[in-house]
Design a binder for this molecule. Structure first.
Ligand code: GLN
Length: 493
């Protein structure tokens, strides 16, 4: 079961030379989903109109040549982004029957470029988690070893791309939710600069940290998608008016002469040896290409988790107050008065992690504690930002592991929230500082588990990060999980 095409360039070439029709391309993804997804569980819903749309696009192409590489390209969408006519569940009972009326801006832009939406992908409930185990909708398995988690919260999107059920997918990243599952599943995942992409139509978790970004196999594909997604739309006031084309220019820059910083704090004791060895090899490749490596210090990064779990939970407590059973979403039938309606609805609609976050956030913002917790967290956040700024006076970007360990087993961390939170220790500071960061596959561990190398850059440096990622991609080679190549010969669970 080899994929019909491999990345956007090969897709566009096959499409334009009529090697396959768009309908065939879309059907090939749907077939893989049918074969693989019963075991992997990446999708929560499929687009019933995918094949129809593909046919329409084929018909239109019979008259006019395709204008965009995305014309006919199949994509998967994390289930916290609105696609009109399909459910947006956020993997929560609270939104199990919710259907948005409008598309998210990113979805509109993909559709305008001609993309075909395959379906919506599983995630941790309301994007809170690092393993997709917090989904109220079921389990998503890591295609490299189905006993292991795919990471999270965008686990379904990462698995969809890793197993070629979808060549690309969208996720969201508040503290690592694109990069961490990308690392765990052996694909590329990019969290853009805060303000690069409109979040209109993304269900808000922590609005000062959330960003939408792509999962792909190749840096080139991620770049093409960034060009489609970026720029203001008038519906999210945090989007900056930068010209996205700067990313294409930067993608053409040279690795030779780049100065890359290695934050000492990211290579300390907690780092798994397999990850360390893999990253050392990646560093050697970049050095051989002419990049110069320098140690840098980010002493406040160690407080990132603490800061994040005050800021993100405070914002979440406020963002999630809208789920009260009155306007939309789940409504408890047990209540006889309005107060009980709120209580029962939230009690029954939210899972345990979401409740924990709401409680933490409400506490952090409560009278008398706000200065001690929330304000303090904001002060440390400023320190983290300043340290990154200082580092970027000396280096062009930072090189670090994405995660402290390779993918862990189901249940390994789910009963210990703090252990789960710590799996984002290397990804969170980029969100706190609003910086672009990506995870690109490095060499797998001796046991064959994926490892991600993280690149963090100054604001608006996505093009350069992707350039460096493309060099690693070439050296490491595109690797596919054994179970998805040949279904029968698949790895045992
Ligand atoms: N794992 C982190 C959390 O649980 C980050 C989640 C995210 O980026 N959405 O909050």
């Amino acid at each position: 079961m080899t994929p019909l095409f491999d990345g956007i360039a090969s897709f566009a070439q096959g499409r334009d030379s009529r090697k396959f029709s768009i309908e065939e391309a879309v059907r090939s993804c749907l077939d893989r989903i049918e074969n693989l997804d019963p075991e992997l569980g990446a999708f929560l819903s499929l687009n019933p109109n995918a094949v129809n749309r593909a046919r329409q696009l084929d018909n239109r192409m019979a008259r006019n040549p395709a204008q965009s590489p995305f014309y006919g390209y199949p994509v998967a969408i994390k289930d916290n982004l609105h696609v009109a006519g399909m459910p947006t569940t956020c993997a929560s009972r609270m939104l199990a029957n919710y259907r948005p009326l409008e598309n998210a801006t990113v979805v509109d832009r993909l559709l305008k470029a001609g993309a075909v939406i395959l379906g919506k992908t599983n995630m941790d409930e309301f994007a809170m988690g690092s393993s997709t185990e917090n989904s109220a909708m079921g389990v998503t398995r890591n295609p490299w070893d189905t006993r292991r988690v795919p990471g999270g919260s965008s686990g379904g999107s990462a698995v969809a791309v890793a197993s070629d059920m979808a060549p690309m997918a969208l996720g969201s990243d508040t503290g690592g939710s694109i990069r961490q599952p990308a690392a765990f599943c052996g694909v590329l995942g990019l969290k853009p600069t805060y303000g690069r992409i409109s979040r209109y139509g993304l269900v808000a978790f922590s609005s000062s940290l959330d960003q939408i970004g792509p999962f792909a196999r190749r840096a080139q594909d991620a770049l093409e998608m960034m060009l489609v997604l970026s720029g203001p739309d008038g519906r999210d006031m945090t989007v900056a008016s930068r010209n996205p084309e700067e990313m294409r220019r930067d993608f053409a820059s040279e690795v030779r002469g780049m100065v890359i910083g290695m934050p000492e704090e990211f290579f300390s004791d907690g780092l798994d040896d397999g990850v360390r060895v893999s990253l050392e090899r990646a560093r050697e490749v970049l050095a051989a290409e002419g990049a110069e490596f320098r140690p840098v210090r980010l002493p406040s990064a160690q407080y990132g988790i603490n800061v994040y779990y005050l800021i993100a939970t405070s914002e979440a407590a406020s963002n999630l107050s809208r789920y009260d059973g009155v306007r939309y979403g789940y409504r408890s039938l047990k209540a006889s008065n309005i107060r009980d309606l709120y209580t029962h609805t939230r009690q029954e609609g939210f899972g345990p992690e979401v409740k924990r976050r709401i409680l933490l956030g409400t506490f952090a913002l409560s009278a008398g504690y706000q200065d001690q917790y929330y304000r303090k967290a904001q002060q440390v956040q400023s320190l983290i930002r300043e340290e990154f700024d200082r580092a970027f006076h000396e280096v062009d970007m930072l090189f670090a592991p994405t995660t402290p360990t390779p993918p862990f087993l189901f249940g390994e961390k789910s009963s210990d929230p703090l252990a789960m939170y710590l799996s984002d220790i290397y990804t969170i500071s980029a969100n706190l500082a609003g910086l672009p960061a990506l995870s690109v596959p490095s060499w797998p561990t001796a046991e064959g588990l994926p490892v991600g190398a993280q690149l963090i850059g100054p604001a608006w440096s996505e093009g350069r990060l992707l350039k460096v990622a493309s060099v690693l991609e070439e050296a490491v080679g595109v690797r596919r999980p054994p179970m998805t190549g040949e279904r029968q010969g698949g790895e045992a669970a």
